[in-house]
Design a protein around this ligand. Structure first.
Ligand code: HEM
Length: 71
């Protein structure tokens, strides 16, 4: 399995974790403003999603660049 497939899969799993933290936050809101940990928990998976997402965003451009510069 190549790197881009692994990163796409990782991005997918971390996205699931991100959604879980957001849902937890929304449910916790029922009992008033949630604790600081619950409030900021979504930032942890989000900061993992950002580099892996940007990597996938660049993939087609990297492939085009490689094709153009093939010797
Ligand atoms: C933080 C910045 C993020 C960037 C730059 C980003 C970027 C991307 C890119 C470029 C793709 C590939 C699209 C394609 O060509 O098919 C992708 C896929 C995906 N993203 Fe993100 N994303 C980000 C955050 C998120 C978040 C917050 C979620 C979830 C709520 C998420 C969920 C997904 C899922 C489920 C896929 C499909 C993965 C698969 O193919 O199985 N992403 N993202």
């Amino acid at each position: 399995m190549n790197w881009s497939v692994r990163i796409r899969q990782f991005h997918r799993y971390v996205a699931t974790a991100f959604i879980a933290t957001v849902v937890t936050y929304l449910i916790a809101m029922i009992w008033g403003p949630p604790s600081t940990i619950i409030t900021y928990a979504p930032l942890v998976p989000l900061f993992v999603l950002m580099p892996t997402g940007l990597y996938m965003l660049m993939l087609p451009y990297a492939a085009a660049w490689r094709t153009k510069h093939r010797s």
